[in-house]
Design a protein around this ligand. Structure first.
Ligand SMILES: *[C@@H]1O[C@H](CO)[C@@H](O)[C@H](O)[C@H]1NC(C)=O
Ligand SMILES: *[C@@H]1O[C@H](CO)[C@@H](O)[C@H](O)[C@H]1NC(C)=O
Length: 388
């Protein structure tokens, strides 16, 4: 018996020694996502000075810290009204989080701040947050594009800078999501923030910086039709958006299709010149990405595209992760449901450190609830290879 079990043990060791290199490796064909960890970062419900938390953003910094941001809406759940920008920070990849700090306070404004795009400049190690104030021009004028910056990994933040001084006055709501720093040519190093315009003058607009956020210029535009006129149902009305960069340097912008033009699905537009133009020739409707008109998450990691949204053509429910091995031309049919119930805006990030461990995870932040999607902001760590 004893000899037998020793033999068995030796066999097992041999078995694992031979097999483990394959088990440990992670190729895109083996993606089989698993919810690894979930934590509620913010819970709405009139605590202290905050009524509702909405519009979550997440990013890794250059130093590998995770930063989660959200609007802390003071008086009500409305997009209008006064708000803080709330931040929580994690230095252990989301296992534990700092308490909330309010990094921007708009006071008592009837049409306060709206998030926003977070952007990491890996060349200088800064984190930039671009947001709007007075976006709806409700009891205020004009709308302004604002920026705050952290040079110490998200610990402290500059006072707000008014980018409308450089850009001119125009209603612009960045993101919501992340902006990108171009990692490949054309325009390697450029900062690209895309967002949308006012209700009548809607469309996707990008702003660009080639000097690490010191100065900004207008980039590509994809205007709504009829532009600057009242919209009807089914008009072409591109709205909130998330840009990502492919490894060939193409910028792909995944866009909310506000009035359900052509389909209840996502608009995708590409820029081949580093965000200078968004030509209609490079626009398509992704009918697989069924959508109720919402801000969605997109991410490119190791050549795979990821997409999160409430996957339902009418309602904000059923938050789902999809992935594509063909730059979004097709999506793997095994989608992963993150939350069946009410779910709204989402944003994703991952750490590209080159380590085998960091290759395995993506991180999602999203609006989650039981009755309404704005009840909590939840953070999910997803193991792409089923926990292996
Ligand atoms: C930002 O700058 C623009 C253009 O100079 C100005 O009209 C607007 O009032 C400024 N906004 C704020 C909040 O200072
Ligand atoms: C949830 O999403 C999946 C994937 O898109 C879809 O097959 C399913 O019908 C959706 N369910 C609901 C209730 O929307």
């Amino acid at each position: 018996m004893e000899t037998g079990s020793r033999w068995l043990a030796a066999l097992w060791i041999l078995f694992f020694a031979v097999l483990s290199p394959c088990v440990g490796s992670s190729s895109p064909q083996q993606i089989d996502p698993l919810m690894y960890e979930e934590q509620l970062l913010w819970v709405s419900g009139a605590q202290g000075e905050v009524n509702t938390y909405r519009i979550p953003l997440i990013t890794f910094t250059s130093k590998g810290s995770l930063l989660a941001f959200t609007e802390a809406r003071k008086g009500s759940a409305s997009d209008l009204g006064a708000k803080f920008i709330a931040l929580r920070r994690s230095t252990d990849k989301g296992a534990t989080w700092s308490p909330t700090s309010f990094i921007v306070d708009d006071g008592l404004k009837p049409d306060g701040l709206n998030l926003g795009s977070v952007l990491v400049d890996d060349e200088v190690g800064s984190v930039i947050l671009v947001y709007a104030i007075c976006f709806h021009e409700y009891q205020c004028k004009p709308s302004s594009t604002m920026m705050v910056e952290s040079l110490d990994d998200g610990l402290s933040w500059s006072s707000p800078k008014n980018l409308s001084v450089q850009l001119g006055v125009k209603a612009f709501a960045p993101g919501p999501g992340f902006g990108i720093q171009k990692r490949f040519n054309p325009a390697k190093g450029r900062l690209v923030v895309c967002g949308h315009g006012t209700l009548a003058g809607d469309g996707v607009f990008c702003i660009l910086s080639d000097d690490h956020g010191r100065t900004w210029t207008h980039g590509g535009e994809l205007k709504s039709i009829p532009y600057n006129q009242q919209k009807k149902a089914l008009d072409f009305n591109p709205d909130e958006c998330q840009p990502i960069e492919l490894t060939d340097g193409t910028i792909v912008i995944n866009v909310r299709n506000q009035n359900n033009y052509h389909c209840h699905c996502r608009i995708v537009v590409r820029s081949l010149d580093g965000g200078l133009t968004l030509p209609i020739d490079h626009l398509y409707f992704d009918t697989v990405l069924v959508d109720p008109a919402v801000a969605a998450g997109a991410l490119q990691k190791d050549g795979v595209l990821y997409f999160t949204n409430p996957s339902n053509n009418q309602h904000r429910v059923n938050l789902t992760l999809r992935w594509s091995l063909s730059n979004g031309h097709s999506w793997v049919k095994e989608a992963m449901q993150i939350w069946a119930g009410p779910s709204g805006y989402s944003c994703m990030t991952s750490l590209d450190s080159g380590s085998a461990e960091d290759q395995k995870f993506i991180y999602v932040i999203y609006e989650k609830g039981h009755k309404d999607y704005d009840e909590t902001v939840s953070f999910v760590k997803i193991h792409l290879y089923g926990g292996r």
